[in-house]
Design a protein around this ligand. Structure first.
Ligand SMILES: Cc1cc2nc3c(=O)[nH]c(=O)nc-3n(C[C@H](O)[C@H](O)[C@H](O)COP(=O)(O)OP(=O)(O)OC[C@H]3O[C@@H](n4cnc5c(N)ncnc54)[C@H](O)[C@@H]3O)c2cc1C
Length: 237
């Protein structure tokens, strides 16, 4: 099978907003998305960055870079679509800001209206399936955009519990207020990423009706919860 072709798209920052001490929301115009089919709540984009010390800047055109600077290939970072509007061609991305290391966090911290960035995508594969009665969603700050997007598109007859693990009490941010949804905040307060989340999911009562799970975060927590759900609780995959 030939490799799937990646589509290069273009975006321009129109708004920056701090939504918590750790999270910055960037709204971007991406006219390429007008009329696009984006049916999922876990859609994500692969933002293209010049590597450190690259002799080129944003917006990155990978073909041009490969022709002119093959020794400095662009780097990608993955971000979920918190909002998508395919009528206007706009998206919103929530960035965890973790200081001046890396590429995406420093870029988001300094972004201002008019800044341009290219990306591949959006990819995506999951949305709340209306054949389920219950949803359990769990993740840390980086998973929160996809979880919030899912809460906004919950089937009318379904209920959900959403676990959000954040640094501490001051890190709570606004999440969709949806009837039938229970929000549980978990504060790391210095504990390793994923520990409190895994404990809370293990302690939750599993509903008796058909239940769908969306759990995202650090690899150890995912491994632990996969074992819990699929081996210990023998939930069907
Ligand atoms: C499908 C998918 C969707 C994602 N969606 C989002 C999203 O919507 N929002 C989001 O913020 N992230 C999201 N992520 C995670 C994000 O892609 C990574 O955190 C990314 O590596 C950050 O890039 P960076 O250049 O800022 O830092 P990197 O260059 O990757 O890392 C630099 C340093 O920062 C640390 N670091 C990186 N990320 C974090 C973090 N979240 N918290 C604390 N320290 C960190 C690293 O351990 C490293 O020490 C998603 C990942 C996937 C796979």
């Amino acid at each position: 099978m030939p490799p799937r072709q990646r589509i290069l798209r273009h975006a321009t920052v129109t708004r920056t907003e701090r939504i918590s001490p750790q999270l910055i929301r960037l709204t971007l115009d991406s006219p390429d998305l007008v009329g696009a089919e984006l049916p999922f709540t876990d859609h994500y984009v692969k933002l293209l960055f010049p590597p450190p010390d690259a002799p080129y800047a944003h917006p990155v055109d990978p073909e041009q870079v490969s022709a002119e600077f093959p020794e400095h290939p662009p780097m990608t970072r993955t971000y979920s679509l918190r909002h998508r509007d395919t009528i206007r061609g706009t998206i919103a991305l929530d960035f965890v800001t973790h200081g001046d290391t890396g590429l995406a966090s420093p870029w988001a911290l300094q972004a201002k209206p008019g800044d341009r960035i290219n990306y591949f995508g959006p990819g995506g594969a999951w949305r709340p399936d209306p054949s389920y009665k219950h949803f359990i969603l769990a993740g840390d700050e980086a998973a929160s955009p996809a979880i919030c997007a899912a809460l906004e598109e919950l089937p009318e007859h379904a209920d959900a519990t959403a676990f959000f693990e954040v640094a501490d009490r001051s890190a709570v941010f606004e999440v969709p207020q949806v009837e039938r949804v229970t929000i549980v905040w978990l504060f790391r307060d210095g504990a390793p990423y994923g520990h409190k989340l895994a404990q809370a999911v293990r302690a939750t009562t599993i509903p008796t009706g058909r239940t769908s799970w969306f759990v995202h975060g650090v690899a150890e927590m995912i491994k632990d919860l996969r074992r819990y759900l699929f081996v210990e609780r023998t939930i069907a995959k």
